[in-house]
Design a binder for this molecule. Structure first.
Ligand code: PMP
Length: 290
């Protein structure tokens, strides 16, 4: 496996980051999760834009341009001979001292890893996921905007731990106001009376798959409403869906002991899963442009 670190393409055993890197010491940095399908990187520009917006929010100045980042991502895929992959670009604050002051880190570090990764949830796309609403709340925007895809994922990891102990395949977060937020690594949708309802994005990550799902739904003539949702909406949904780059489009058929809808992936979920697959297979930034 070849990994990009700060201008070099290195084998995995030589791809090393300093213990003084503030990404390691403080989770100070940003990242992305991107997929490539059939030799094309899906929504590459949108992912890189989001990454640079996350970096700007935390006042982190990437040492390479967006165009260079796109080129590095494609080069990592080419060097690893990957046509289908999960890609993890990271920009960390870089090498500093043991204090948290980012002014001690003169040069941010860039890392790009790419691996093969199939369907994240295996047979659960047919059976449906079990979801657990967790007691830990999503970081409020006034403390740590969930729109920033930062290297500090402890909020999400605590949610995942709670869901693991309680037998859930995925955790569902509410925010500190009691509104539905998102999953530990995906966005959420309630299907009710033929319409798709999803929380506005102040209390969750602006998912690229979310953008795609809503585009697809609208193109199929399905009404989409972005609105605050609560436990009631979750438990009484006809269908529940989650989306993410890793998870893709997945059905949730059980939540906190309640069977959702028929207990099987519903018709709108199935329609969206199929349409999402078609879009990911067709679209994307070609890895081999040269
Ligand atoms: N929310 C969180 C917390 C995530 O980590 C992810 C995965 N990046 C998502 C939502 C889904 O975002 P995307 O569709 O862009 O992968």
């Amino acid at each position: 496996m070849i990994i990009y670190i700060d201008g070099k393409y290195l084998p995995e055993d030589q791809a090393k980051i300093s213990v003084f890197d503030h990404g390691f010491l403080y989770g100070d940095g940003v990242f992305e999760g991107i997929r490539a399908y059939n030799g094309r990187v899906f929504r590459l520009k949108e992912h890189v834009d989001r990454m640079y917006d996350s970096a700007k929010t935390i006042d982190l100045k990437p040492p390479i341009s967006k165009e260079e980042m796109i080129e590095v991502i494609c080069e990592v895929l080419r060097r690893n001979k990957l046509d289908n992959a999960y890609i993890r670009p990271i920009i960390s604050r870089g090498h500093g001292d043991l204090g948290l002051d980012p002014r001690k880190c003169p040069k941010p570090s860039v890392v790009v890893i790419a691996v093969t990764w199939g369907a994240m949830y295996g047979d659960l796309y047919e059976k449906g996921l079990k979801a657990i609403t967790v007691s830990i709340r999503r970081n409020p925007a006034e403390c740590m905007p969930p729109n920033v895809k930062s290297l500090n994922y402890l909020n999400n990891i605590l949610a995942k731990i709670e869901a693991n102990y309680k037998g859930g395949d995925e955790a569902i977060f509410f925010d500190t106001n009691g509104y539905l937020s998102e999953g530990s690594g995906d966005n959420l949708y309630v299907v009710k009376n033929g319409e798709i309802l999803t929380p506005p994005t102040l209390n969750n990550l602006r998912g690229i798959s979310r953008m795609v799902l809503l585009e697809i739904a609208r193109s199929l003539g399905i009404t989409v409403k972005e609105q605050n949702l609560g436990y009631f909406d979750l438990y009484t949904a006809d269908e529940l869906i989650c989306t993410g780059t890793a998870a893709e489009v997945a059905p949730i058929t059980w939540c906190d002991g309640r069977t959702i809808g028929s207990g099987k992936p519903g018709p709108i979920t199935r329609q969206l899963m199929a349409a999402f697959k078609t879009v990911t297979e067709k679209e994307g930034y070609p890895i081999n442009k040269k």
